[in-house]
Write a protein that binds this ligand. Structure first.
Ligand code: NAP
Length: 299
C-alpha cells in the first residue's frame, strides 16, 4: 500500500520522514511518497487516487489545501468550517477531506501543559495555518480570541467567519496601533505568520512582534508554529521576558499523528515519529530553550 503527499513543490516536506517511521513502527506495509503536483494537475491526481485502491490515504499541503475541497466526495465538519483540507481518507462515500492541523496544534499544547480553554489568546497571522489554529482554539473554548495581521483586512475576514460559528466569543481583529496592548492582556500569544522561518538554512532572526512588546507574568505563554529554526526569534524574545514557550515541532508531529490515525484507525506511534523528526532535524542548530521549564514540564 501507499500513502501520498500532494504538494507543489514537494521537496522540503518532513511528512515522508514522519509517516514512514510511523508505518514501520506499526508494522504496516505502507510506503509514504511525496508527489509534486502542480495546480493544473490536482483534480486529475485526486481522481486517480480515488480509483487506485493501493493508496491508503493522502496529505495535502501548499498550495492545494483550499482548492482540493472542490474535488472531494465529502468534508469533515471541522475541515468545512476551517475552509482547508490537509488529510484525505478513503470511505464508502469516496474520498473525504479532513483537517488535522487544528487537532495537532491542540495536542501539542496539551503535551506542553497548556490548556487554552478559558484563556485570552492573541493570534498573529491570518493565513492558512491561522485559519485552522484559530478555529480549533475557538472550538476548545478560549475566553477571547484576537487576530493581528500585517494585512488588516485579511484578519477582519477571518474573524467575521468565526463570529458566525462562535457568536458568544466575539473574536476581533486588532489594528496595528493596538498590538502592544493586545499582547499585554493576552495569556497566550501565537505566531502563525511565516516570519522567523529559516531561509536557505539561515535563521533570519526576525519576529512579527518587537521585543519591547513582551511582558512576563505568571502562566503566560508564547507559541510559534515555525519549527525551523527550532527556537525562532519570537520565542527567544518571549523567553527572555519570562514567558513559557512552545515551538512548532509538536504541531508538525501531532498533525501527522492525527492523519495516521484517520488512515489506519490505530493510535499513532508518537514516540517513533518524534524520534524520526528529531533525527531528520539533527543537523539544525541546538535548541537553546531545551532546558526551560516549559520543555522540562512536558507530561
Ligand atoms: P500563509 O498562508 O502564506 O500565511 C502567511 C502569514 O504570514 C500571513 O498572515 C501573512 O500576512 C504573514 N506574513 C508573511 N510575511 C510577513 C511579514 N514579512 N510580516 C508580517 N506578516 C507576514 O502561510 P501558512 O500556511 O499560514 O503558514 C504560516 C507559518 O506556519 C509558516 O511558517 C509555516 O511553516 C507554519 N506552519 C507550521 C505548521 C506546523 O505543523 N508546525 C503547520 C502549518 C504551518 P499577510 O496576510 O499580510 O500576507
Amino acid at each position: 500500500m501507499r500513502a501520498v503527499l500532494l504538494a507543489h513543490p514537494a521537496g522540503h516536506s518532513l511528512s515522508p520522514v514522519l509517516q514512514n517511521a510511523a508505518f514501520e513502527a506499526a508494522g504496516l506495509d505502507v510506503t509514504y511518497e511525496a508527489w509534486d503536483v502542480p495546480p493544473e494537475r490536482l483534480a486529475a491526481t485526486v481522481a486517480a487516487l480515488r480509483d487506485d485502491r493501493s493508496v491508503l490515504g493522502a496529505n495535502v499541503t501548499v498550495p492545494h489545501k483550499r482548492t482540493v475541497m472542490a474535488t472531494l466526495d465529502g468534508l469533515d465538519p471541522d475541515a468545512r468550517a476551517i475552509g482547508a483540507v490537509n488529510v484525505l481518507r478513503r470511505t464508502e462515500a469516496g474520498l473525504v477531506g479532513g483537517n488535522s492541523d487544528g487537532a495537532g496544534f491542540l495536542r501539542s499544547l496539551a503535551e506542553a501543559g497548556l490548556d487554552p480553554a478559558g484563556r485570552s489568546v492573541l493570534l498573529v497571522g491570518a493565513g492558512g495555518a491561522a485559519r485552522a489554529v484559530g478555529w480549533s482554539l475557538a472550538a476548545r473554548g478560549v475566553a477571547s480570541l484576537s487576530v493581528a495581521n500585517r494585512t488588516f483586512e485579511t484578519a477582519e475576514d477571518l474573524v467575521a467567519a468565526w463570529r458566525q460559528s462562535f457568536p458568544k466569543l466575539r473574536p476581533r481583529a486588532v489594528p496595528t496601533d493596538e498590538l502592544g496592548e493586545a499582547v499585554a492582556v493576552s495569556d497566550v500569544v501565537v505566531n502563525a505568520t511565516s516570519v522567523g522561518m529559516e531561509r536557505g538554512g539561515v535563521d533570519p532572526d526576525e519576529s512579527p512582534l518587537p521585543a519591547s512588546a513582551w511582558a512576563g507574568g505568571p502562566d503566560r505563554w508564547a507559541v510559534d508554529l515555525v519549527y525551523r529554526p527550532r527556537v525562532p526569534r519570537f520565542l527567544r524574545d518571549a523567553d527572555a521576558a519570562g514567558l513559557r514557550t512552545i515551538g512548532g515541532l509538536g504541531m508538525l508531529l501531532h498533525q501527522g499523528a492525527v492523519a495516521f490515525e484517520a488512515w489506519t484507525g490505530r493510535p499513532a506511534p508518537v514516540a517513533e515519529m518524534r524520534a524520526a523528526l528529531h533525527a531528520a532535524l539533527a543537523g539544525d542548530p541546538p535548541d537553546a530553550l531545551r532546558d526551560r521549564p516549559s520543555e522540562r514540564d512536558r507530561p
